[in-house]
Design a protein around this ligand. Structure first.
Ligand code: ATP
Ligand code: MG
Length: 353
């Protein structure tokens, strides 16, 4: 029996709700398959912990986490902790600590889901986000705080190594897809150093992938193209900040923030990779049992794929698509189903497959 050790960090808000049912679905898949199992370990690293103990991650926490095969993460964010603190102390500490430099975000309109965008059925993208440096390198500072002459700087750091590895990852991914298309997104007209380096390295790496169809777009033009000509894009590679924004747009265009998944990959597998739904803690609906768990389930499917359980991943995706097609939908999609209703439907579908 294959065994997968998964560290579970539900985090805050609806993260707790969608990860709990995500585990239930994963257990159902393992039982169905009969030849693998999960060893879950829960970690209470959350804003609540920070408020009572002054830290998100305890001493030696990352070291402990490094022994797992994967990390299943909910969301972090609280009304009582500034967002830049919670994000850096927990999520980014893990992403950067484990060099999860490739953030992968698929966007597709699932059957039965209504997008606000006409022609959204043609959305079938994977956004590859550089996840270790760039605009989120954490460099910069403030001088003369509170003074009328105060200055704040936010320094983006782009390294040739960092750029090259994300481009290689994106090219390999594009090569594995039927359309083999890759769009580079930067802002190299206005930002003339790091962004130009991004462009240059992209075209260098492209030489090793002659069968991949490439084009480039400035980030502002990329947003309009995603809305007006969604069918012309396939894999999109962009920097930390740009891809962060584009992937929220992609998630909204494909129906709801509650559906979209993310993988934070350390492709060399030196460290564990982390899987999380794209949405945040969503305190406006937390604790009501109405969060859409589909993003957490699709995330689980990406994790299964990463763990080598392709059959279980396919089973789960098939169950998700039958669910959305059936019209059983949570409030964010215009329905009245609860988190539990959706979970039960997915689990019984898996059992009956
Ligand atoms: P963060 O600050 O981490 O981005 P957030 O609290 O702003 O988190 P988002 O995830 O960005 O929340 O979501 C914005 C809104 O979209 C939420 O307030 C919620 O109303 C809705 N939403 C997000 N995820 C879900 C979901 N899984 N199910 C239902 N509604 C959701
Ligand atoms: Mg938000």
């Amino acid at each position: 029996m294959r065994s997968h050790r998964v560290a579970v960090i539900p985090g805050d808000g609806i993260g707790l709700e969608v990860i709990e049912v995500g585990k239930q679905v994963l257990e159902t898949l393992a039982k169905k398959s009969g030849d693998f199992q999960f060893e879950f370990e829960d970690f209470d690293w959350s804003s609540q912990r920070y408020l009572s103990k002054g830290e998100y991650i305890p001493k030696g926490g990352l070291e402990k986490l490094s022994k797992f095969d994967a990390i299943y993460f909910g969301a972090v964010g609280s009304q009582d902790v500034p967002d830049h603190v919670s994000l850096w102390e927990l999520r980014l500490a893990i992403c950067q600590g484990f060099d999860q430099y490739a953030n992968v975000r698929p966007a597709r309109v699932l059957p039965g889901v209504k997008s606000r965008l006409k022609g959204a059925d043609e959305i079938d993208w994977i956004i590859v986000r550089e996840n270790s440096e760039g605009e989120y390198s954490g460099n910069g500072g403030r001088v003369h705080q509170g003074h009328p002459e105060e200055v704040g700087t936010e320094v983006s750091v782009f390294t040739r190594k960092g750029i090259e590895r994300i481009h290689r990852f994106a090219f390999n991914l594009a090569q594995s897809r039927p359309r083999k298309k890759l769009t580079l997104v930067t802002k190299s007209n206005a930002q003339r150093h790091g962004m130009v380096l991004w462009d240059e390295v992209f075209f260098e790496v492209a030489k090793d992938f002659p069968d991949v169809n490439i084009d480039r777009e400035l980030v502002d033009a990329a947003t309009t193209r995603m809305v007006l000509k969604p069918e012309t894009m396939d894999v999109i590679v962009a920097t930390n900040l740009h891809a962060d924004i584009l992937s929220d747009l992609a998630a909204a265009l494909s129906g709801s923030l509650g559906i979209a998944p993310t993988a934070n990959l350390n492709p060399e597998r030196v460290f564990p990779s982390m899987f999380e739904p794209i949405h945040g803690s969503a305190f406006d609906i937390a604790g009501q049992g109405i969060a859409n768990p589909v993003g957490s389930f699709w995330t689980a499917a990406m994790m299964l794929e990463h763990l080598g359980e392709a059959t279980a991943a396919e089973r789960l995706m098939a169950a998700i698509e039958r669910l959305t097609a059936s019209g059983l939908q949570t409030k964010d999609l215009g329905g009245t189903a609860t988190t539990r209703d959706v979970t039960q439907s997915i689990c019984s579908d898996i059992e009956q497959q």
